[in-house]
Each structure stands twice: as structure tokens, then as C-alpha cells.
Ligand binder design. Structure first.
Ligand code: SF4
Length: 268
């Protein structure tokens, strides 16, 4: 793997996406998303993805994956439909080693041909998180520089991206449409209407490898400093940012004044 100046690196032989091109992609509208939601209503996720990839009319598209406990399902669905679809992994440089191993396992097992890593900008880390402890006093700010900005950079030039969001994961993730529009870019949520039983059945049917930390009680795995085990009866994401009034990293839900305490606000 060789880092590029933009912070992304190859994990496969396919050429890396060029991240610094002028963004001239056509903008999607909510009407486009509505039409796609209507067209694929009642169609299973695998059939939908195969149809979309075969038509090849969505423009530049990629999967964004955290390689967490449930990521294998989406990656398997996409790879079965077209293993050449690019997969982007946002490495915050705070990941569990087990997640990095799991990433490599899935890429090889599923025959993913075009996987890349995007990392925080070194100069930003030097300026805003020199000692690597920003997560401990300003998790929103830490997520902004380690997740949100790198992902925005990776998505530059994409027309559409595929997310693994699932409505059932927490009360803050209700009613996720399969197709959404964000900043003129189409966002696909193929698992938006899946429930836990669907995922478990898919894991079993296809004998997918589980994240190594799941058996230890980590039902939702993010960065190591901000992930704890989930107790029986808790929301699967209860182990994320435990003790903080924070439930999202900002990739899916903009962090915007969720906490009125100035002491907890990002300072940049
Ligand atoms: S999850 Fe924690 S360590 Fe990871 S980017 Fe967010 S605050 Fe930082």
C-alpha cells in the first residue's frame, strides 16, 4: 500500500481514483431519488444492485465501508453484483487492529478488485490533534478531522455512493430511504429496510466471516477509543461514544449544535 499526497492509498492493483479533478459531475435531485425509490420498491437488494450496476447509469460510484460488525453483508452484496465497484475505507488511524485484519479478510474473500483507504490529512492532525487525544475532550472535532473531512475528500468526483446504514440500528436511524440525495450526490442505502434478523440470515446463508470483536460483545465497532462493549438489552450502538451525548460521527448526520454546552463544542 502506498500513500498518495491526498491521503488515499491503494489496496488492490486497480488504479486509484484521482481525487483532485474538477468536480463536473451531474447533480442528482430529490426527484431522481424518488423515482428510484419507486422503481425499486419491493425489489430485493441484490436484484436492485445488479440492475443498477448492469445499467451503469449512475455515474462514478463507490461503497463506503467501516468494516464493522455488519459490513460484510453490504460488501458481499456489492461484490456479487460487480466486484469492480470501488470500496473506500476511512481509516481514522484510531481503528482496532482487528478491524484492519477483518478488512483484509473480506477484501480477499469477496474478490473486491478496487479497494482504497483514505486517511486524515497529516497537516490537519499536526495542527489539531498533535497528541492524538482530541477524541477524549472533543469527539465531534475529532470525528470532523478523522472521518468527515477524509470521506468528503474521497467522495470528491463521485456521482453516487453506497452506504451500509440500516434503520433498525438505533432510534436515530428510523425511516432510511433506499435512495437519498446529499449535496447533489446520490446516496444508496441498500440495507435501509433490513432488520437484524435479515442480516443474521444473510451471514448464515453465505457463511460470511464475522468481525473478530463481535463475539467479545462489541456489537457496533468504530474507533478503538470510542467503542465499548454493549450490555444485554442495550441498543447495539450504545457502546459508541459511551458517556457522551453523541450518536453519529457526522458522516451521515451533520454534527450541528447537538450539544448546547459550549465546553463540548469543537473549537475550530
Ligand atoms: S470515533 Fe472517536 S477516535 Fe474516531 S474519529 Fe470519532 S472521536 Fe475520533
Amino acid at each position: 500500500m502506498t500513500d498518495t499526497p491526498s491521503g488515499a492509498s491503494d489496496m488492490a492493483s486497480s488504479a486509484a481514483r484521482k481525487l483532485d479533478v474538477i468536480d463536473a459531475r451531474p447533480a442528482y435531485t430529490q426527484a431522481d431519488a424518488d423515482a428510484l425509490n419507486t422503481r425499486f420498491e419491493g425489489v430485493d437488494a441484490q436484484t436492485m444492485l445488479r440492475a443498477l450496476f448492469a445499467e451503469d447509469e449512475l455515474g462514478e460510484i463507490a461503497v463506503v465501508s467501516s468494516f464493522g460488525t455488519e459490513s460484510a453483508v453490504l460488501l458481499h452484496l456489492v461484490a456479487k453484483a460487480d466486484p469492480a465497484i470501488p470500496v473506500i475505507f476511512v481509516d481514522t488511524l484510531k481503528m482496532f487492529p482487528e478491524t484492519l485484519d477483518y478488512r483484509d479478510t473480506l477484501i480477499e474473500a469477496f474478490g473486491i478488485k478496487n479497494a482504497s483507504i483514505v486517511t486524515p490529512a497529516p497537516e490537519t492532525l499536526t495542527e489539531k490533534d498533535e497528541n492524538g487525544l482530541r477524541w477524549s475532550f472533543d469527539p465531534d472535532g475529532c470525528c470532523a478531522i478523522r472521518k468527515v473531512e477524509p470521506l468528503a475528500r474521497a467522495k470528491h468526483g463521485l456521482d453516487a455512493w453506497i452506504s451500509g446504514r440500516k434503520a433498525f440500528q438505533s432510534v436515530t436511524r428510523e425511516n432510511i430511504a433506499r435512495f437519498e440525495v446529499e449535496d447533489g450526490r446520490l446516496k444508496l442505502n441498500p440495507l435501509g429496510d433490513w432488520v437484524k434478523a435479515d442480516l443474521d440470515a444473510y451471514f448464515e446463508e453465505h457463511n460470511l466471516p464475522r468481525h473478530p470483536l463481535e463475539a467479545e460483545g462489541y456489537l457496533s465497532v468504530g474507533c478503538a477509543p470510542c467503542t465499548s462493549k454493549v450490555l444485554p438489552g442495550e441498543d447495539p450502538r450504545a457502546g459508541r461514544w459511551r458517556g457522551w451525548d453523541k450518536t453519529e460521527c457526522g458522516i451521515h448526520t451533520p454534527i450541528d449544535g447537538a450539544d448546547d454546552d459550549e465546553a463540548n463544542q469543537p473549537v475550530f
